[in-house]
Structure formats: C-alpha cells, structure tokens
Design a protein around this ligand. Structure first.
Ligand SMILES: Nc1ncnc2c1ncn2[C@@H]1O[C@H](COP(=O)(O)OP(=O)(O)OP(=O)(O)O)[C@@H](O)[C@H]1O
Ligand SMILES: [Mg+2]
Length: 413
C-alpha cells in the first residue's frame, strides 16, 4: 500500500467573538483520525456580525491567534483555510439546462461544467458574487436523481445547483486582513458548511438534517437532505444578543451579564424553580442584588426562541421542514446553554441534539466542544484534499477549491 504523506493544515475561524486558529494533522494508519497539534484563540474585537469594522484590530487578533497555535504546535504555517460568515451571505437554488454535445457517447466533464455554469447565470445584486456552487443533482433527459452524470447517454442535461452568495467587499476585507497578517488564503469555506464536517454523519445528511451553529454574533444554518446541501443561511443574531438582553434586563454590566449567562442561564425558563434567586452586581448602586433565576432564563429563552423561529421560517419557506427526518443538530458556543435541545425540539417539532467534534487526537479532548466545530471543520476541509470523499457523504457535496473562490482570493486581496 502506498504510504500517504502527513499533511499539516491550519484552519482559521474568523468568528464574531473569537478568532481561532487550529493546526491539525491527519494520522494515516490510525483510522485517519485528526490530530490537533495546536490551537490559538483571541477575542475578535475588529468584527461585527462577520464583517470587518476595524482592520488593524482584526489583523492583530489574527496574528495573536495564529502565533499561539504555532507555538503550541511547534510548526509555522503560511496557508490558512478560512471560514467566512456574516449577514451578507445568502443562498439560493438554481438550475441550468444544456444540449449534450455527443448524446450517444454520453455526458462529458465539459457538458457537466457547462450545465453548472448555466445554473450560475442568475441576476445578483451589485457587490454580490457567487462564492460556492454545489451541484445537488443532475437530470438527464427528464430522468432526475443523477449525482454523477458523466458517461450517461442523453441529449439534454440539467444541473440543479446550490449557490452561496457573498458580498465582495466583506470577503475582500477579511482576505486583506489575513494577507496583512502575513498569511496566505488557501481556501475559503462558508462557516456553516465547515461546522457540518466534524458534526454530521453520512446517515444524518442522507435522511435530512438541519445544522444550526449559534455563535456570538450570528447563527448559521445549513440543511442537508438525500446527502446534499439544500439550504444555507445566516441569521444575524447569536449569544451576544442574549448577553445584551441580560445586561439590560438585570441592570448589570455586559461583562457581568456574560458571566451570569455562562454560569446560570438555561434555555427553558420553566425548568427552574420560580423562587430561586442568584446574586448579581447591580450597575447603579455598585453592590450585589438578588435577581430571579427564572427571569434570567426567560430572557435567554425569548432570544433563542426568536432565532429558532427565524430558522423555522427559512426552512418552511424552502419547503424543507417535512424533509428533515433526522432532526436538528445545534453547535457553536451558545449551544452550551443547558436545555437548548429541548427548546429546539419544541420549535422545530423534531428531535434535536447538541453536536461537538468527536474522536480527535491531541490537546486532551478540550477541542471536543461546540465552540470549535467550525475551526475543526476547516482543518478537515483542508485535509480532505488527500482523502477526497472521506468527509463528504457524496463526493459532490462540497466541491474542493473552486476556481471562483480562487478568483475571490486573487481579485480582492
Ligand atoms: N458555557 C456557555 N454557556 C452559554 N453560552 C456560552 C458558553 N460558552 C460560550 N458561550 C457563548 O457562545 C458565544 C460564542 O460562540 P462561538 O465561539 O461559537 O462564536 P463565534 O464563532 O466567535 O461567533 P460567530 O460564529 O457568530 O461568528 C458567545 O455569545 C458566548 O457567550
Ligand atoms: Mg462561529
């Protein structure tokens, strides 16, 4: 058997609360487990809801995160796989039909690409650009369901494609910061798709599953059915909104609200005793006061409910609710809130669970938290170049390194 070379990949999750660099390595021969060599995380002060609002602060955060990861790993990295998110991201499904050049000989790679290119010909808003195109299925002479149409004899080929659109200026600002931090962008991947890689199983993708990555500033949604991506979207709300609500509601500083949330908040208010109190530090009189725990949880539940209802509206509008047979998987830092799976079950009317990366080697398990799903997913995406279909239930879920992404990287940096 040919021995595979070990590859080292650096994933860079440019989140709204943290910038997180994760250096990982595949371990051939050991069930291809991912070994985490180093991780560096730094508060991301320069970003708001996935958009760069302060270039210098963002460059500084990137450098600090990468440096920490490098020191821990004992290696230097130059290329990074970058996760991109933000309110500017949108998605839509499109289809494109072409005449097959040699019908008897069958569909060629050029025919396949022409059909995808035709599907890309949509009217898009100024400043927006197609970041990813993921073929969902091909229809050969009215016969649907082909995942790979190459070689099929037919005269007409239709491609159904999931398109992810992003604002050119927003992406170029992130790319610019990374370059100014002395790094090279190897690839760009939508954050929700990155998070899905270490979290979702092939069976879940096949049966129909919704992933919601609830971070600090955004909640990223991805729906897969029959092994293919059907919907992706970004809701510009996350755990930071809960923190703000708690600060206003309990009249405490944002800093204290963040700590109170992590220590006491739950996603279901009726799971706590109505009389239970907690001590918080009131801003006005600068002394400890008692607050009702139930009230804290009501604030938390209300905001989460708003996020889930927005997600529900998105899947209903796309007529996907009845196709999500497996259920909902929650990840991202906010998924650490106790009872969040129960709340999701109530709103989506389906089974729900919290998902975190599993089966990793190195770093004594601390990376197995929903906080690191995106970063780990970016590393897996980078490594998948060697073991092409390993992380994708079907080879066509995520096309590796499309030349359109390369254009983004080249043009706007
Ligand atoms: N133990 C916890 N309980 C509740 N919330 C938590 C906990 N730990 C972290 N959080 C919240 O998770 C959020 C950060 O999550 P995450 O690290 O996934 O965000 P991010 O990736 O930086 O942001 P985004 O994905 O929106 O760009 C913050 O709002 C934080 O308060
Ligand atoms: Mg995130």
């Amino acid at each position: 058997m040919r021995k595979r070379r070990q590859k080292i990949i650096n994933g860079l999750d440019v989140g709204t609360t943290k910038i997180c660099a994760i250096i990982g390595q595949s371990s051939p021969g050991d069930d291809d487990k991912l070994t985490i060599l180093g991780m560096g995380s730094n508060p991301s002060d320069g970003l708001k809801r996935g958009m760069v609002v302060d270039i210098d602060a963002t460059i500084d955060s990137i450098q600090k995160a990468v440096r920490k990861a490098e020191e821990q790993a004992g290696v230097r990295v130059r290329d990074v796989i970058v996760g991109i998110a933000g309110g500017h991201i949108s998605s839509q499904n499109s289809s494109g039909m072409i005449e097959v050049r040699y019908p008897i000989r069958g569909v060629s790679e050029q025919d396949r690409q022409r059909a995808i290119d035709r599907a890309r010909q949509i009217t898009i808003a100024k400043d927006m650009e197609i970041l990813h195109d993921y073929p969902q299925e091909f229809i050969c002479d009215d016969q649907p369901g082909y995942r790979n149409p190459i070689g099929v004899s037919c005269s007409k080929l239709e491609a159904r494609v999931h398109l992810v659109l992003a604002s050119m200026t927003s992406v170029s600002n992130v790319v610019k910061c990374i370059k100014h931090a002395g790094l090279r962008v190897g690839d760009i991947l939508l954050e929700s798709l990155a998070s899905s890689l270490p979290i979702l199983s092939d069976n879940e993708r096949d049966l129909g599953v919704m992933l919601i990555d609830i971070g600090g500033g955004t909640s990223d949604l991805a729906v897969f059915t029959r092994g293919m991506i059907k919907l992706s979207g970004v809701i510009p709300l996350g755990g930071d909104n809960i923190t703000n609500d708690i600060a206003y509601g309990l009249k405490i500083s944002r800093h204290d609200a963040e700590n109170v949330k992590k220590k006491h908040a739950r996603a279901m208010a009726d799971s706590v005793d109505a009389d239970e109190t907690i001590e918080v530090s009131g801003v006005l009189k600068n002394r400890p006061v008692n607050a009702k725990l139930r009230f804290l949880c009501e604030i938390t539940e209300a905001r989460l409910e708003e996020i889930f209802i927005k997600a529900r509206k998105m899947i209903d509008a796309a007529e996907l609710h009845d196709k999500i047979y497996a259920g909902t998987v929650l990840t991202g830092g906010t998924a650490l809130l106790p009872d969040i799976d129960e709340l999701a079950e109530r709103i989506f009317d389906k089974p729900a669970k919290v998902g975190a990366p599993q089966g990793l080697k190195g770093m004594s398990g601390i990376m197995q938290s929903p906080i690191y799903s995106t970063g780990i997913g970016l590393v897996l995406h980078g490594l998948s170049g060697e073991s092409s279909n390993k992380y994708y239930s079907n080879g066509n879920i995520l096309r590796r390194f499309s030349h359109y992404v390369q254009n983004f990287i080249d043009w706007y940096s």
